[in-house]
Design a protein. Structure first.
Length: 68
């Protein structure tokens, strides 16, 4: 039983990755170039942050002036 609620959890997002970045996220180790995995994680985090910000704006509290 999963009690965790993730707003817009089933919404699809698009992330543009290089083949190397995808391989790094899948577990392939690039010993000579650690930046590949860092770059891929950064892109994922940016998309996740944008999704959270979008949800925050959609569910933002209503301003007092608009309650009349």
């Amino acid at each position: 039983m999963n009690l965790t609620k993730i707003p817009n959890g089933d919404e699809k997002v698009t992330v543009e990755l290089t083949v190397k970045e995808l391989m790094a996220l899948a577990g392939v180790h690039f010993h000579s170039n650690h930046d590949v995995k860092v770059s891929a994680r950064r892109k994922l985090n940016m998309v996740l942050e944008d999704a959270w910000e979008k949800d925050g704006k959609d569910n933002a509290p209503i301003s007092y002036q608009f309650l009349n």
